[in-house]
Design a protein around this ligand. Sequence first.
Ligand code: NI
Ligand code: MN
Length: 241
Amino acid sequence: MKIKWLGHPAFKIVSDEGTVIYMDPWIKKNPVCPIRLDDVIKADVVTVTHGHDDHLGDALEIVKKTGALLISSPEICFYAQKHGIKWDKGSYSIDIGGCATFKDIEIHATHAVHTAAIYGEEWNNNEEMIPNGASMGYVLKLKSGKTIYYAGDTGLTMDMQLIGEIYRPDIAFLPIGGRYTMTPRLAARAAAMVGAEYIIPMHYNTFPFNQQDPIELQRLIDALTARVKVVILKPGEEFEF
Ligand code: NI
Ligand code: MN
């Protein structure tokens, strides 16, 4: 599989069978995103963890223009219906603990500890946010045998221990920016609990307020547990495994 970081929370994943997944595709207004929305031509699945504008991002537009399936919470999928994406046709809603299967991928929704209002078109037009229930993370289990844990925006939670035990992820994407998510210190504890072999740090070095050193994350993890490798990507770079 190929994992491409598009900066901040956004990833493009291509499975061994060619399924294209965009996760929290914040592209147009993402100051570090290396691609333009016009570059997104093919997508099979778009996942959204919560309604903050840096996560809902361009998801609805991508779903509309590619015909990809939107996978998110019932609240976000219902919001998407109001913006032209038919419930249970263009979207497939799942809630925490639930699962969807699409082509060669199982997508499980996990608990994330984070606030969750929707900052969509209404926010862009007149700063109106829509209160919303919860934030999620996702576990992607690929038919090739590889498992990804995408934590989303979250603080540290003991749930990560269970996620590690139950899904046995090979790779985990953890936010480290601080202020709105975990810092490297907390993310190192998360990495120790999740037990994945590889960690890709995300949601940092986007703005002046989320500057972090991913090498510091590796050092903090090494102090807690062995054999965990931090994969440091620059926006636009790819990790293949
Ligand atoms: Ni957020
Ligand atoms: Mn965020």
